[in-house]
Design a protein around this ligand. Structure first.
Ligand code: CP
Ligand code: NVA
Length: 308
């Protein structure tokens, strides 16, 4: 039912309160259980998700498309190459037009300014499916995964080893909302831009092994994110020594988890022994994209649904 209420978007992690995240995570648990039990849950019959991809994807496309289908709705995939976005249609016009034909929109693009401009012109909720600056859906899935394995993350320590990229900035926002601490180690020249961070809940370590000391979760990501491919050779050299390997995991808490949003490069940012080892929960993380995003879509379209 259309109302005059301001539209709620999920453009970066800090757009939601702890209370909203706790609701979404609890709904993700319930929706996951229903799915595993083959219980039909179709609250979004006749509703449509549009997915706009300006960068490649496997997990994000699959989890949003399958998730919307499982909620009883439909999902439409658009990319830059085949749509008028690739021929210069202004992002503001695209936001206006797309949001008149569907109920919710996911956008994966380059600069955060692009999704902000799109959302400012949208009549329906917009979800960030990754920008250069943020990847909030992935960190939401990672938090759900941590809670499933270990319970509350409040007061815990998370080690980030590697590039100061979109994942790290979403983790930093999550630290502020959920009340945990981040130990961050990035190579020289690829450091955090402190001006972009609005939390004090992090410490910076020159030595990546020191960052892992005592951590309850160690996480990393590719050294070269999408859109930065021309820097790959320089990055390979600069990130030497930043692999998350068994020696670094040994510095963490004995029951520490390892996470990686994937896709991963074994032998670069993580050793095969770690990502394929007993502390790794990367497949749960990937699967949980499906469940948390279904809960997120439900919340953005239907508000606080109750019941089991
Ligand atoms: N982790 C993640 O967002 O993966 P994709 O790039 O495959 O969507
Ligand atoms: N930091 C990576 C994440 C991919 C899911 C990138 O932006 O390419």
């Amino acid at each position: 039912m259309p109302t005059n209420k301001p539209i709620k978007h999920f453009l970066q992690f800090s757009d939601f309160t702890l209370d909203e995240f706790n609701h979404v995570i609890e709904r993700a648990r319930i929706i996951k259980r229903k799915f595993k039990a083959y219980e039909v849950y179709h609250p979004l019959v006749d509703r449509t998700l549009v997915m706009v991809f300006e960068k490649n994807s496997t997990r994000t496309r699959l989890s949003f498309e399958a998730g919307m289908h499982q909620l009883g709705g439909a999902a439409i995939y658009l990319n830059t190459r085949d749509s008028q976005l690739g021929r210069g249609e202004p992002v503001e016009d695209a936001g206006q037009v797309m949001s008149r034909m569907c109920d919710i929109i996911m956008v994966r693009t380059f600069g955060q300014d692009i999704i902000e401009r799109f959302a400012a012109n949208s009549r329906v909720p917009v979800i960030n499916g990754l920008t250069n600056e943020h990847h909030p859906c992935q960190v939401l899935a990672d938090l759900f995964t941590f809670v499933e394995h270990r319970g509350s993350i409040a007061g815990k320590t998370v080690a980030w080893v590697g590039d100061a990229n979109n994942m790290l900035y979403s983790w930093l926002q999550a630290a502020e909302v959920f009340g945990f601490h981040l130990n961050v180690s990035t190579p020289k020249g690829y450091d955090i831009d402190h001006a972009l961070v609005s939390t004090g809940r992090y410490s910076v370590f020159a030595d990546p092994s020191e960052a892992c000391a005592g951590a309850h979760l160690v996480t990393t990501d590719v050294w070269t994110s999408m859109g930065y491919e021309q820097e790959n050779a320089a990055r390979l050299a600069a990130f030497d020594g930043f692999i998350v390997d068994a020696a670094k995991m040994a510095r963490a808490a004995p029951d520490a988890l390892f996470m990686h949003c994937l896709p991963a490069h074994r032998g670069e940012e993580v050793s095969a022994e770690v990502i394929d080892g007993p502390q790794s929960v990367v497949w749960d993380e990937a699967e949980n994209r499906l469940h948390v995003q279904k809960a997120l879509i439900e919340y953005l379209l239907l508000g606080r649904v109750a019941g089991n």
